[in-house]
Design a protein around this ligand. Structure first.
Ligand code: FES
Length: 87
């Protein structure tokens, strides 16, 4: 089953498969998530993920993109990239 992933703040939507790594999905969307360790310990890659889009989106949870993949059981996900000019 494919899932629509909407990346903010650029508002880019791509479709992805359940279980696909988030970094790979972002790449395909032409976006880059900053990374460091790629092992889940430095938090450089942290993004906010919420199930659903727009008004219907659930409360966002912070996830580390390098160790996260597209979760099963939802049709649409919003991922907010932190905009941090120091990176
Ligand atoms: S790159 Fe270090 S936690 Fe993801």
């Amino acid at each position: 089953m494919s899932v629509q992933i909407c990346f903010l703040p650029d508002n880019v939507t791509v479709s992805a498969e359940v279980g696909e790594p988030l970094l790979q999905v972002a790449n395909r969307a032409g976006l880059s998530i900053p990374t460091g360790c790629l092992m889940g310990s430095c938090y450089a890659c942290e993004v906010e993920l919420s199930v659903g889009v727009g008004e219907a989106a659930a409360e966002a949870t912070a996830v580390r993109a390098c160790i996260s993949s597209v979760p099963p059981g939802c049709e649409q996900i919003t991922i907010s990239l932190f905009v941090d000019p120091t990176w």
